[in-house]
Design a protein around this ligand. Structure first.
Ligand SMILES: [Zn+2]
Length: 450
């Protein structure tokens, strides 16, 4: 089966604008990019006319908490900074059930796909006695949606009684976590280039995890050759916690627990000093920039340009839906564009840089070389946007218009050579039922205070 995405209105290839006559897809890869005015050398079975669409690599989300779609705009979390926000929401999140994990995962993935996202990383760290198998549930759920996934075996083992932030109902004991980490990597991690599912290990944060868990998780990750992920340097509160309780800054702590910077990606990475940025660049550490969440919680602004120029692999993430409160990757590109211009100036941060963050930048952040680029041999993960709404009327540069005018949903999305969205609609017919279930469960999680 060969598909020709023909004559795009404009194309961004993951690095820059590309003049071409579209893309030929065979099975799950791009096999040819005809030059402008040229036709494919090979016979094709299906032609997709893209003459009124902008074509870009499928967007890659590097940080999320899918379960939080059940607590969007939640009164317990409104108008607060990170620590009080977490303290307000933990007791609600402690009510999670297996059904809630399944349904919230599918809803988040649906929302991501509709926005043009084709690969997404989720950081699930809530394992209560009701949900000891959260990762198994998520694996089944993402497979139903067709999105390419980096799921993490997250963890928390430091409760309030022992100096951490989360309540005891949301943490597990260290040995249980460590044996489950090994087991889940063996069971689900697929490191092949065509992989639809990879697993990483992800202790939640320095204020919810013991030093022992940080250290031993890094040992397992190294042994199993999987990535490590955690929240780091998100707020000044966290830096103060680290200095007071752990005796050093967050990055020093991370290194002291044996985390290798070249196999780690960090959510947020805001409050680093210049020498720490140099170190992260040297290690080519991944950073998931989450602009909407950082603005919502007033956490600060990630120094994307200095980190990128130092050599760090900076990608883009929407973060959980309790601090975003949506899972829309093309909107997140615009948020990064605006926030980074405020920080670095309009001459230094344009729409191309913002799109790079969400495509090739995110792929490098997740150490996943076959995605985030439109080139021969790349995996066929592609997003198409039709600029036919009033908001785009009068656009001069279509690629700039997609970002500046506030593009918010894709018309067509292909993952691994298979259409998952066509004419703005998900092809997964169960979504209406899942959406209804999700609304009911969002009411239930608030009422079911444990
Ligand atoms: Zn997060």
């Amino acid at each position: 089966m060969r598909i020709w995405i023909k004559s795009p209105l404009a194309t961004f290839d993951g690095h820059q604008e590309l003049k071409c006559n579209g893309f030929v897809i065979e099975n799950n890869r791009i096999v040819q990019i005809p030059e402008s005015g040229q036709h494919p050398d090979l016979p094709v079975d299906e032609i997709h006319d893209a003459s009124d669409k902008v074509v870009i690599p499928g967007l890659i989300n590097t940080h999320h908490h899918y379960y939080q779609t059940l607590t969007r705009a939640c009164p317990a979390g409104l108008d607060k900074q990170l620590f009080p926000w977490l303290k307000g929401l933990y007791p609600i999140w402690a009510n999670l059930t297996p059904e809630m994990i399944d349904v919230s995962t599918q809803v988040a993935c649906a929302e991501l796909l509709l926005s043009g996202c084709t690969t997404s990383a989720d950081h699930h760290y809530l394992y209560t006695d009701r949900c000891p198998d959260a990762l198994d549930i998520q694996v089944e759920a993402v497979r139903k949606t067709g999105i390419r996934s980096m799921l993490t075996r997250g963890s928390m083992d430091l409760d309030r009684d022992r100096g951490g932030l989360p309540p005891s109902s949301t943490v597990q004991d260290t040995d249980t976590i460590l044996s489950d980490c090994e087991h889940k990597v063996d069971q689900y991690h697929d490191s092949s280039p065509d992989s639809m599912l990879r697993i990483a290990l992800a202790p939640c944060s320095p204020f919810s995890v013991t030093r022992e868990l940080m250290t031993k998780t890094a040992e397992i990750a190294e042994k199993k050759a999987v990535l490590l992920h955690t929240h780091l340097a998100e707020t000044l509160d966290e830096n103060a916690y680290s200095e007071n309780r752990l005796g050093c800054r967050p990055l020093e702590y991370l290194e002291s627990t044996g985390w290798m910077l070249d196999s780690t990606w960090l959510a947020h990475g805001i409050h680093f000093n210049d020498s720490e940025i140099e170190k992260l660049g040297y290690g080519r550490t991944g950073i998931a920039h989450c602009p909407t969440s950082n603005m919502t919680l007033g956490s600060g602004c990630c120094r994307v340009l200095p980190l990128t120029e130092a050599g760090a692999n900076v990608g883009l993430g929407v973060d959980g839906s309790a601090s975003n409160d949506c899972s829309n990757m093309i909107q997140e590109v615009r948020q990064a564009f605006l926030l980074q211009r405020l920080h670095s100036g309009p001459e230094k941060f344009g729409h191309i840089r913002a799109l790079r963050l969400a495509t090739s930048g995110s792929a490098d952040c997740l150490r996943w070389p076959g995605i985030g680029r439109l080139e021969v041999g790349a995996l066929a993960d592609i997003a198409l946007y039709r600029l036919d709404e009033i908001r785009f009327s009068g656009v001069g540069d279509p690629i700039a218009g997609l970002v500046l005018c506030g593009g918010h949903h894709a018309s067509d999305v292909m993952v691994n050579g298979i259409w998952q969205v066509q004419d703005g609609q998900l092809l997964n017919s169960d979504m209406e039922k899942i959406h209804r279930q999700h609304r009911d469960l969002a009411i239930q999680i608030l009422q079911d205070k444990r």
